[in-house]
Design a protein around this ligand. Structure first.
Ligand code: FES
Length: 56
């Protein structure tokens, strides 16, 4: 999710995280290693075809 910066994000534990960027990519998938900021981890996914048997 792209938001106009600068921003201050408050996490559920009360921690505040700031970004001074003009546009800030906020992670909405929770896969980011830089959470709450997006690190493009949302792009990496393993596709499982329902008709293919699972490989070992
Ligand atoms: S939205 Fe979560 S890593 Fe990009």
């Amino acid at each position: 999710m792209l938001v106009e910066g600068p921003v201050e994000l408050v996490l559920p534990d009360g921690t505040a995280v700031c970004s001074e960027r003009f546009i800030v990519a906020v992670c909405a998938c929770r896969r980011s290693k830089r959470y709450p900021f997006c690190d493009t981890s949302h792009r990496r996914r393993v596709r499982v075809e329902p008709d293919e048997p699972a490989s070992e």
